[in-house]
Write a protein that binds this ligand. Structure first.
Ligand code: ADP
Length: 236
């Protein structure tokens, strides 16, 4: 019947959302685990006792931020049926990108160099701050997987016109074929082993960017690296 069909469609949507949440949760947990690994390093005998306290405080701050993101993610799932999950505000893109440094530093191993370039001005955009973080984390997690033996992850903010700003996220990892590139935003499309990939990370990132009127385009070359360009409307 029609009712059964609607119900099964809703279950399908919930299943997909749950998978997305599980994926996003995983990315945030990776960040938290990164901070705890740092803690173990501090337990090593050669660690300086005074540097310890400072580093521990920094790690805890990082854990706190990541845990708040995880909290936001689960709130989104709980609010699913109420449809009021997003909290779109005016945020400064330059500040938001700078604020990602600590989290990204934890996501990547020490063999990945972070190159963040932002203009010396504020660039106001409309965004839900935690969704912004998630979109970036999802793209950055792929960059991490694409650079198993290290490399550079770049984040650049550039003005692309009076009403548009461009955020570029690039890696010099394994890259992808044209065939893969055209499919990466498809739900469940993954080239990773079953225990590594769900194929929803970029679908989520794409939907987040579209929901605020932005666009994502991707350039990639095998053996060369990948670059995601996100164009967003700027608030005058
Ligand atoms: P998942 O990471 O779970 O596979 P995604 O939707 O995040 O799902 O990514 C889909 C696919 O896109 C990946 O499996 C990978 O093949 C490809 N991909 C995404 N980002 C990159 C990248 N930076 N470098 C190389 N391949 C990438």
């Amino acid at each position: 019947t029609q009712e059964q069909l609607l119900h099964s469609q809703k279950m399908d949507a919930i299943g997909r959302l749950a998978q997305g949440v599980a994926h996003d949760f995983n990315n945030v947990l990776n960040v938290i685990l990164g901070f705890t690994r740092e803690r173990y390093r501090m337990d090593e005998p050669e660690a300086q006792p005074n540097a310890d306290t400072q580093a521990l405080a920094n790690s805890l701050r990082g854990v706190e931020t990541a845990a708040k993101r995880a909290h936001d993610i689960s709130r989104r799932l709980l609010n699913f049926s109420r449809n009021d999950a997003t909290d779109i505000q005016t945020i400064d893109l330059v500040e938001a990108v700078r604020d990602m440094r600590l989290m990204l530093h934890q996501l990547f191993s020490s063999s990945v160099h972070l190159d963040i370039q932002v203009p010396d001005e504020t660039v106001l955009i409309k965004f839900d701050a935690s969704q912004f973080t998630l979109a970036i984390l999802n793209i950055a997690s792929n960059a991490r997987d694409a650079m198993p033996s290290g490399g550079t992850f770049g984040m650049m903010v550039t003005r692309a016109g009076p009403a548009t700003v461009e955020l570029t996220l690039c890696d010099n990892g394994v890259g992808m074929s044209e065939e893969v590139r055209t499919r990466i935003f498809e739900p469940y499309f993954t080239t990773k082993p079953i225990d590594r990939g769900t194929g929803v990370g970029l679908t989520v990132a794409y939907n987040i960017v579209r929901s605020v009127g932005g666009y994502i385009s991707v350039q990639s070359r095998i053996g060369n690296g990948t670059s995601f360009r996100i164009r967003l409307p700027v608030i005058a």
